[in-house]
Ligand binder design. Sequence first.
Ligand code: PRP
Length: 226
Amino acid sequence: MKETKEGMWHAKMSEERYLTFALAKGRLANKTMELLEQIGITCEEMKDKSSRKLIFVNEERKLKFFLAKGPDVPTYVEYGAADIGVVGRDTILEENRHVYEVLDLGYGKCRMCVCGPESSGELLKHHEMIRVASKYPNIAKDYFYNKKHQTVDIIKLNGSVELGPIVQLSDVIVDIVETGSTLKENGLDVLEEICPLSARMIVNQVSMQMEPERIKKLISDLKKQL
Ligand code: PRP
């Protein structure tokens, strides 16, 4: 087959193109770098914890990594600013972006639950109009409206959501439960479980078509390691 100028240009571009990772900063990013290291992908620059740098490069492997706020990771991946993202399933469900979810990384395991004082359990049984506080209004809406068919008033909060029922802002909360100690220390219980959560790898839909070999190799190497 005759090599066209365009064909050669594309080949050269894909050879030199950086594969960019957006990682949810904090524990998930650290865990992800540990895992990548096990399959031979390192980024020395990233190990300097005193650095305020947000983007790191591995020149040899043509990889870039950047740290972002969790909820922004699916946004970077949908728009192609990152080819690959690692973020919690809670964020993927809440943000509902057009991305491929390709791998359950198994860490960051926790549960999305409806929680509250024991007394609120009754309100859930009888489909009463209740107030639900959450950092995840879309997940809460989907659960109550589409799964339980219960009309509720959803109040968006940005953190320390357990305060909701304590200060009578809401009857229940929809929040992440990991060890359960935050609930316990605040006199609240898990009333219903919505879904299990863990860290997931997501991929930009166009990147998947443009770089199938590199991305599929990465996924299969990670699968073997997990
Ligand atoms: C999360 C979550 C719970 C807590 C659950 O909060 O919203 O509050 O962790 O963990 P546990 O079951 O192990 O106690 P996070 O620390 O992210 O802070 P936030 O309240 O500001 O969201």
